[in-house]
Design a protein around this ligand. Structure first.
Ligand code: SF4
Length: 432
């Protein structure tokens, strides 16, 4: 058995880079250091369908087709479509993103990633009021006050706490005991159970709570004995702890981006962090979900000027979330063809969007059987980045890391598949 060290986990935005992978022959048989979710990504789950050949639905039945035919049919669909949508991208490499953007430009498509159903509201807020961010290394070495707001890393980013909060840092050599942990969540989550202060905010009322905290931070009193279900003295305790921090960090997640107010919740959270900097050093980091959701936004921004929801249907790229997001285009029945890369909207989009996906030609570049592949007309299976293909990825706060290839496969990478589709689309468009 061979041990491959310093492997980067291709699952969540924590992007752990200390995984040891056990390989027998050409098969991954185990891991060390990975959490349960990461381990399951590395070790093929018994019984899960892994596609080895491209498939196409003919007369309602799946038929194996050649790779060349799959590329040709996909290119024809995209070239003939008037409003194609290229969606997904958060579980593949930046190199694939780059080709995807070129393909979107060639087809006059809209290209969008999972940010539009995740931290898209955070991007809108950052564009409004700024981005006071730091790296996770700074958190580990400096932070003495850590706030998790509307996120539950014990379940969603399982090694986030052990790598960056419980760990000993340069100026925090006693680890957890050197830090005060504040959790804001309506539920008593497994993360909240670890907190020194738990603000059990009422669901959908985070904006009010942040507003009350900003009022206190700015030196004013609040008129109520409780705000959003949280007693005033507990809010005061949290505010004093945050104001007295030597180095504070606010991590935030779907509890803010998906509840009432959405991007306005993040706007006011960012402004609270800016207010705190009159007293303390304070930063924030969004708990980005997929391991390379951040990478797509980086690549799209430096190639087109916009991070997601990018519309190439006119001569210059346009950006208008609310109009050019994947859900907008599907639910308004604008998209007339869709290609999904490294994502599963069939499982995670609302019913109205899925109904449209079932009506239009759908291509899935996807290794496993998923609700999306059930709806697809063409399935092209790729090598999995981080296991069978290498590439670049960006951690939740924007640190780039190199994903390793651990075992071999005959399957092409997402990047290679997209390059072949792009070449074919160009041939069709030039009339060859
Ligand atoms: S915390 Fe995230 S990146 Fe780290 S091993 Fe678990 S799933 Fe992978």
């Amino acid at each position: 058995m061979k041990l491959v060290k310093n492997v980067v986990c291709p699952f969540c935005g924590t992007l752990c880079d200390d995984i040891i992978v056990k390989v027998e022959g050409n098969e991954i048989v185990g891991t060390m250091n990975a959490c349960r979710i990461g381990h399951n990504k590395f070790v093929h789950t018994e019984g899960a369908t892994r596609y080895k050949k491209p498939l196409m639905k003919k007369n309602g039945k799946w038929v194996e087709i050649s790779y060349e035919e799959a590329i040709e049919k996909t290119a024809e669909i995209l070239a003939e479509s008037k409003r194609p949508l290229l969606y997904g991208w958060s579980c593949t490499s930046c190199e694939a993103h780059s080709v995807g953007l070129e393909l979107a430009e060639e087809c006059g498509a809209v290209i969008d990633n999972t940010a539009s159903v995740c931290h898209g509201p955070s991007i809108l807020a950052v564009q409004d009021v700024g981005y006071p961010i730091c790296t996770l290394g700074e958190v580990k070495n400096r932070a003495d006050v850590v706030v998790y707001w509307g996120c539950n890393p014990m379940h969603a980013h399982p090694r986030h706490l052990s790598r960056h909060v419980f760990s000993r840092g340069f100026f925090r050599d006693r680890g957890r005991v050197d830090r005060t942990l504040i959790v804001v969540d309506p539920r008593k989550t497994d993360t909240a159970k670890l907190a020194d202060i738990h603000l059990q905010v009422e669901y959908n009322r985070d904006y009010e709570l942040i507003d009350a905290m900003r009022t206190m931070i700015q030196g004013h009193d609040i008129l109520y004995d409780e705000v959003a279900g949280v007693p005033k003295d507990l809010i005061e305790e949290a505010v004093e702890t945050m104001k007295n921090a030597q180095f504070g960090i606010l991590f935030f997640g779907m509890g803010l981006t998906h509840s009432r107010g959405k991007h306005r919740n993040i706007d006011t959270a960012i402004m609270m962090v800016e207010d705190l900097n009159d007293y303390a050093k304070f930063n924030l980091i969004p708990m980005r979900g997929h391991y390379n959701v951040t990478g797509f936004n980086q690549v799209a921004a430096w190639e087109s000027g916009y991070p997601y929801c990018v519309d190439f249907s006119t001569d210059v790229p346009r950006y208008n979330p609310g109009e050019t997001g994947a859900n907008d285009l599907l639910q308004n029945k604008e998209a007339d063809a869709m290609m999904v890369v490294a994502s599963d909207p069939g499982a995670h989009f609302p019913q109205k969007a899925i109904e449209r996906m079932a009506e239009i030609p759908l291509i899935a570049i996807e290794p496993h059987r998923t609700p999306t592949t059930e709806l697809a007309d063409i399935i092209i299976p790729p090598a999995i980045v981080g296991l069978e293909a290498e590439g670049s990825a960006y951690r939740m706060e924007g640190v780039p890391l190199r994903m390793k290839k651990v075992v071999d496969t005959d399957l092409p990478s997402d990047e290679e598949i997209l390059k072949d589709i792009l070449k074919k689309v160009r041939e069709i468009k030039s009339g060859k």
